[in-house]
Every structure is written in structure tokens, then in C-alpha cells.
Design a binder for this molecule. Sequence first.
Ligand code: PMV
Length: 308
Amino acid sequence: DPSGTGYAHAKAILLGEHAVVYGTPALAVPVHGLGVEARVWPAPEGVHVDSELFAGDASTAPGLVRPVVTALSAALDLVGLGHGAKVRILSSLPHERGLGSSAAVAAAVARAVAGLAGVELGPDALYKVVQEAERHSHGNPSGLDARAVVADTPIRFQRGRVAPVPVGTTTTFVLADSGMAGSTARSVAGVRERLEADPSAVERTFARIADLVEEGARQLAHGDLAALGTALSEDHRLLAWLGVSNEVLDRLVAAATAAGSAGAKLTGGGQGGCVIALADSEDHADELATALRGAGAARTWTTTVPAA
Ligand code: PMV
């Protein structure tokens, strides 16, 4: 049988989440080694999702199934394969942990459909499909995830556009899963309420987050990890002030800094999901991971961004 396959990796937001929804820039890094593989076959009609290979049970993750169906239909239209398709998804990426699983699923599906049609989707076509799917999972996505899960380098994102960010020195991060699902839609709505209630204070906070993003991009480029860590920790405090942290995330951030991390913060939507902590070296990353699990993290992953 003819089939097409596609892959997309996880991402972690280094700086700028939430404010990015209102047009400020953000920085994200690829998380290689965690990702989604999709395989698509032609089918007589309709869209069939075979989700037995989900990391979790798909019936417990309807939020994942709808974006799959949307991405599949949009991609089939785009490449001119009007008929139905069957898709199988293999994901090593936990759902609702701020790692971009819904965007990665949509991107992998879109690439698989393109493979089936024997065409390649350019970055903007891919972005369009993934954004369409993302709108089904969180309403009004900034587009950061859609760009980040298909970027091989760290990126600076603003209003749909991306530029690669140079990296001065190999930089290692530990991601720690709080074990709690975080609803991005809910936390984005919470920030909106906060903005409506107290516009000037929230706008000042967004402006400071935007400065941290610009500073962070320079610090990453210069390999100034001490300063980058300070920026991450300040961003966490601002996100907490916006109401998107919780006790578990605060505890993980504190555990990371107590274990010698130069800085740590929640990453993604918050109110659950993951924390990202900057490590001094790969050995230090092992220590940080142990400390984070000791502080209650359900799982940890180490990700390295090479100098480039
Ligand atoms: O939780 P995630 O990985 O979907 O990241 C959300 C990032 C936000 O800035 C909170 C929302 C957005 O659309 O950019």
C-alpha cells in the first residue's frame, strides 16, 4: 500500500509565553528526541484515526484527536488528495505538558500527507495547516508552537514570523514534568481576564517579558548562561504574577535553583505542564534531573542545544 510518513519534534518555550499572544516576541528551542511520527494511507472516504499507538489512550485525549482530523483534512485539501485517509500516530510526547504535542501531531500529519502526495510543504503551507489544527485545540494560538515544532534551531518568533537564533555555546536544559495537565486555553483565558482587570500593570509585565526575550536571545548568542538563567527566573516570577504558575511549578523552580541551576521557569501554558531549568553542563543536568524528581517531578528530560 502507498503511504506517507512525517515527523515533528517537541519544543520548549525559553522566554515569552503568554505575552506572545499579544504580539511580543518569544524564544523557543527544539526538543529533539521527543516527537511524533505519523503515517497516512489513502482510504475510500472520511478520515480514520488509528490511535492505538498514542503514548496515552486517545479516548482520554479528545483534544488530540480533533486537531489530527483537522490537520489531515486541511493537508489533504492542500495537496489535492480529495479522498479520505487513514492515519496512525506514534507519539513519545506527553499531552498537555506545554511541549507542543498538539502542534507536533498536526505537523507530523501534514508532512505525512505531503509525503503520500509526493510533494513537499513549504514552511508557510505547513504553518497554515498546523495553525488551523491548533485553533481547534486552543482557540487563539499565537503560532509559536506551530513554528517551533518544525524548526531545527532555537527561534525568535513574533506575529507568525520566525528567525533562527545563534547559539554561542552548547547549552543544556532539563525539562521536568509536574505530572499535572495544564490547559493552555484556560491559562490564556486567565491572562486575558487579568489584562482586562488591570491593563496598565499587565501591559508593563508584557513589556518586561519582551525585554527579557531580546536580552535572552543576546545571552544565548554570547553563551552568557549566568545572565540567561537570571532572565529565566525573572520571567517565571512575572508569569507567576500573571497567574499561570502554581505551587507545584514554583516548588520545581525552587528545587532547580537550590540544585545550582542558573535559572528556571515554567514553560508553555502553565498551571501544570513542565518546568525548564538551565544546566551548567551535561553532568550538572543529571544532578538537576535527580533533584527535580526528588522534588516531585513525574519525569525529566535533558535537551541540549548545540553551539551554532
Ligand atoms: O502550552 P503550550 O505548549 O501550548 O504553549 C502555549 C504558549 C502560550 O504563549 C501560552 C500560548 C500561545 O498561543 O502562544
